[in-house]
Design a protein around this ligand. Structure first.
Ligand code: PGA
Length: 259
């Protein structure tokens, strides 16, 4: 399965609300270019904060690194204070957009908004990186129906043809960010990957559902990165913190590439 440009693995670098200073943007972008230099089969997408998107785009010109955004709005223009349209993002060369990240859902973004954003992004030619994941794992297995419902709601009225552009990021909330309890065990991620794939096949049929990349995100580091690709059979990773440290990012990228 090629995800992009003959590459079958992908790492999405979610910078979140970093770097704090504009003066650090170019160094971080160029550091990522350097860190990704030797990758053979792994594509890298940087998702900077909106205010840094122009500067990041300029720094990435002539590099193989791809650009994305961390969010998008569903209207194309008008009186929507604080929002940014898909076309605005695309104008800077961004081809990807994270949608429904758990940190946004925690601020009140609901399934309906995630669905609108996903559909609008797809219509504008952006590839959504749709984030799903449970906040707790209960022994009754409710988390599985929760994840199924999240996917089904996010993908209401998404056509089979457009679904081919989707990327899914499985991010169990308990494993994401500084407050993470721990990274998810690859065996758990593998099981969820199979489950998510089954839901995608139910929704879009075998040909499409089997080719939608599924990524893992949450407390990835150089030690566990390869096992999410090898043991958990993920098509790549969505990383937060380590995308800000070039030494760590380089190790993770290399181990995904050679896993
Ligand atoms: P983290 O964030 O790598 O810092 O846990 C992951 C994410 O936001 O997807």
């Amino acid at each position: 399965m090629y995800i992009t440009h003959m590459r079958d693995r992908i790492i999405v670098a979610n910078w979140k609300m970093e770097p704090a200073r504009r003066s650090a943007v170019v160094a971080l972008a160029l550091g990522t270019v350097e860190a990704a230099n030797n990758l053979k089969r792994t594509a890298v997408v940087i998702c900077p904060p909106f205010v840094h998107i122009a500067e990041t785009a300029r720094a990435l010109e002539r590099s193989a690194i791809l650009l994305g955004a961390q969010d998008v709005f569903w209207e194309s223009r008008g009186a929507h204070t604080g929002e940014v349209s898909p076309a605005m993002i695309a104008e800077y060369g961004a081809k990807y957009v994270i949608i429904g990240h758990s940190e946004r859902r925690a601020l009140g973004e609901n399934d309906e908004a995630v669905n609108l954003k996903t559909r609008t992004a797809l219509s504008a030619g952006l590839r959504p990186i749709l984030c799903i994941g449970e906040s707790v794992r209960d022994e009754q297995g409710e988390y599985a129906s929760f994840v199924r419902a999240q996917l089904e709601c996010a993908l209401v009225e998404v056509s089979k043809q457009k679904a081919g552009q989707l990327i899914i990021a499985y991010e169990p909330i308990w494993a994401v960010g500084e407050k993470a309890v721990m990274a998810a065990h690859p065996a758990i991620v593998r099981e969820m990957g199979i489950f998510i794939r089954r839901v995608l096949v139910d929704l879009f049929g075998r040909t499409t559902g089997e080719h939608i990349p599924i990524l893992y995100g949450g407390s990835v580091d150089a030690k566990n990165a390869a096992s999410y690709v090898n043991d958990a059979r993920m098509n790549g990773l969505l990383v937060g913190r380590i995308s800000l440290s070039m030494a760590k990012f380089k190790k993770v990228a290399q181990s995904v590439d050679t896993a």
